[in-house]
Design a protein around this ligand. Structure first.
Ligand SMILES: Cc1cc2nc3c(=O)[nH]c(=O)nc-3n(C[C@H](O)[C@H](O)[C@H](O)COP(=O)(O)O)c2cc1C
Length: 181
């Protein structure tokens, strides 16, 4: 079973660290799970303009294909202006409708203020639902002070436990979908 993580930040380290922690937790829980990270800092994704995928550059093509090859996915975004990043929304604009049918789609976010914790449900979640992703009951919102100020490593044990629980729920749900017959 393949789990792909997508980090929707173009600059900082925290979102990538958070998504990487979900992938690591999943591998620890189930060693048969293969993981791959799509870190948008490493991709030149073109702006979606409603053209066929073949009209875009190789990075755009590769990112979309990797996402489509996943059995299940976890998306991470820093909160930007009380929403997800434009970079992540642009990637979703490249996806076909129903792209996430029969796929669990988990969510993590990093942010400066806890006032924006519902952004995951109201903004990112509604896009994943539109694309037919199955959203776990748990998601993880991480305030900046949960990260080491020097290294941006995730230090908060309660957050790491919530990440472990999210990974566990995602795995259980995905096996449930696949064993439905
Ligand atoms: C353009 C911009 C807008 C932001 N808007 C918000 C916001 O509305 N709410 C919030 O809690 N944090 C906001 N932040 C802070 C980031 O979400 C936060 O620092 C995040 O952890 C950065 O993640 P990164 O290290 O992966 O880039 C904003 C940061 C930037 C650069």
């Amino acid at each position: 079973m393949k789990l792909v993580g997508v980090s929707g930040a173009l600059a900082g380290e925290k979102t990538s660290a958070a998504v990487g922690s979900v992938l690591a937790a999943a591998r620890l829980l189930d060693s048969s799970i293969e993981t791959e990270m799509i870190d948008l800092r490493e991709y030149e994704i073109e702006f979606a303009a409603g053209l066929p995928l073949a009209a875009y550059n190789e990075d755009t093509w590769n990112a979309v294909k990797k996402i489509q090859s996943a059995d299940f996915l976890v998306f991470g975004t820093p909160i930007y202006q009380a929403s997800l990043t434009g970079a992540l929304k642009n990637l979703f604009d490249h996806m076909p409708e129903h792209a996430f049918r029969n796929k669990v789609t988990g969510m993590v976010a990093t942010g400066q203020t806890e006032k924006h914790f519902l952004v995951l449900e109201y903004h990112l979640g509604s896009i994943l639902s539109y694309l037919k992703g199955l959203i776990p009951t748990d998601n993880v919102f991480i305030l900046n002070d949960a990260f080491d100020i020097e290294t941006d490593e995730l230090m908060d044990q309660r957050i790491l436990e919530r990440i472990r629980k999210l990974a566990e729920e995602m795995i259980q749900l995905q096996y449930g979908i696949m064993n439905r017959g």
